[in-house]
Design a binder for this molecule. Structure first.
Ligand code: TRP
Length: 374
């Protein structure tokens, strides 16, 4: 697919994403060595997803750490649009968020945008409510600190969010939203309003404690446009602009274009998939950078850079740099076959999911404790 056709909006990601181009297009900053060093200095380690530039861009991180050094600590904010099952592609951002929570002892506000998914999808409200509950289990299973984590559900915490959302809405024009998201006149009016709901959690702790508190938002880059639109509004309302750290998309099974998507069953591995399903999906669908025959593969070697299984190891399942490099070299030289590479990945995913699914069941008893109570 030619680069020109790549599309990145909060509701659609397709084509070969050119991350360098996105940095310019979205007006964000590259996560350079200097800022990574700053993160390492305060966190006492650098997460492999940062080291490998899976998180590759940011807004205002330098400011955030300058404040931090003055003793002005930040809280974290991220979210989930509960439109269906959670898949591996969603977890990267949340795993980094959990790491940031641990390393910086930071409070986390986690927004479930049931309003968004009702407004933007053709699904009944009741179904979205069920996904909200199911998705909360996945977030809890990742091990967030219950005492420091607050879940907010847009329609359930409307008394908290709505009075703030209208302040954003009043300062964002229809033409701004149209330009940012490419909305046409036939879109429903809830969609037009929605960005103001997503902007709000970045100020909620400041509202509640009546003092300005810096905010860091880990997100996948497709969510950036909401905050680009809301950015100018924060200072107008008397708040800091939130800092952001932007992640790449986990590719779908079929190849490195686009992103893993919950609405396309066969592009994704869900957190609730059984070991057999995982094995079948990887073996049958994971796009391979290997050669057509074993003989050819031994001779020419594979291409790990376009191989989806290798990318999953690099982005998620093999944090050990030396092991990853070994796999890279062995695959590239032809010493390792596609079937062997896939075997490694299946093992990694299944041992991760085994633990995750256990914790996910336990989470049913914890949901209430994570829900914010005013
Ligand atoms: N809109 C996001 C989604 O569709 C959910 C979300 C809400 C979010 N607030 C956020 C994502 C803040 C990242 C950061 O999944």
């Amino acid at each position: 697919m030619p680069k020109e056709s790549a599309k990145v909006t909060p509701w659609e990601v397709s084509g070969r994403v050119d991350y360098e181009r996105l940095i310019k297009q979205f007006g964000v900053s590259r996560l350079d060595d200097k800022i990574i060093e700053k993160i390492g200095k305060h966190a006492k380690e650098v997460h492999f997803m940062i080291k490998r530039k899976i998180f590759f861009a940011h807004r205002d991180l330098k400011w955030l750490f300058d404040e931090y050094e003055k003793g002005n600590k930040f809280f974290l904010y991220t979210g989930r649009g509960p439109s269906g099952k959670v898949h591996l592609g969603h977890l990267g951002t949340w795993i980094l968020t959990k790491w940031l929570q641990d390393r910086f002892n930071a409070e986390l506000w986690f927004q479930f945008t049931d309003d968004e998914k009702f407004l933007f999808n053709d699904k009944p409200y009741e179904e979205i409510q069920r996904w909200t509950y199911e998705n909360m289990l996945d977030v809890i299973a990742l091990g967030f600190d219950q005492k420091k984590t607050h879940f907010i559900i847009d329609t359930k915490h409307a008394n908290l969010l709505y009075p703030e959302a209208i302040r954003f809405a009043k300062k964002i024009s229809f033409s701004t939203v149209k330009a940012a998201f490419g909305f046409t006149n036939d879109r429903n009016i809830g969609e037009i309003f929605y960005t103001s709901m997503q902007a709000v959690p970045a100020i909620i702790p400041s509202v509640l404690r009546k003092r300005n508190i810096p905010c860091l938002i880990p997100l996948a880059i497709d969510q950036d446009p909401h905050f680009r639109v809301a950015r100018d509004v924060y200072p107008k309302l008397g708040y800091y602009k939130p800092a952001i750290i932007h992640g790449r998309f986990l590719p779908p099974l079929q190849g490195i274009d686009g992103k893993m998507s919950s609405s396309e069953e066969l592009t994704a591995i869900y957190t609730t998939d059984s070991p057999k399903e995982v094995e079948r999906k990887i073996k049958k669908y994971a796009f391979s950078g290997g050669q057509a025959t074993i003989e050819e593969h031994r001779k020419k070697g594979g291409n790990p850079d376009i191989d989806v299984s290798f990318q999953y190891l690099r982005m998620f399942f093999e944090p050990d740099d030396r092991k990853l490099e070994q796999i890279y070299n062995d695959y590239k030289s032809g010493k390792m076959l596609t079937s062997e590479l896939k075997e490694i990945l299946v093992g990694k995913i299944n041992s991760f999911l085994k633990e995750h699914q256990k914790k996910r069941e336990k989470a049913r008893k914890q949901v209430d404790k994570f829900l914010f109570k005013s």
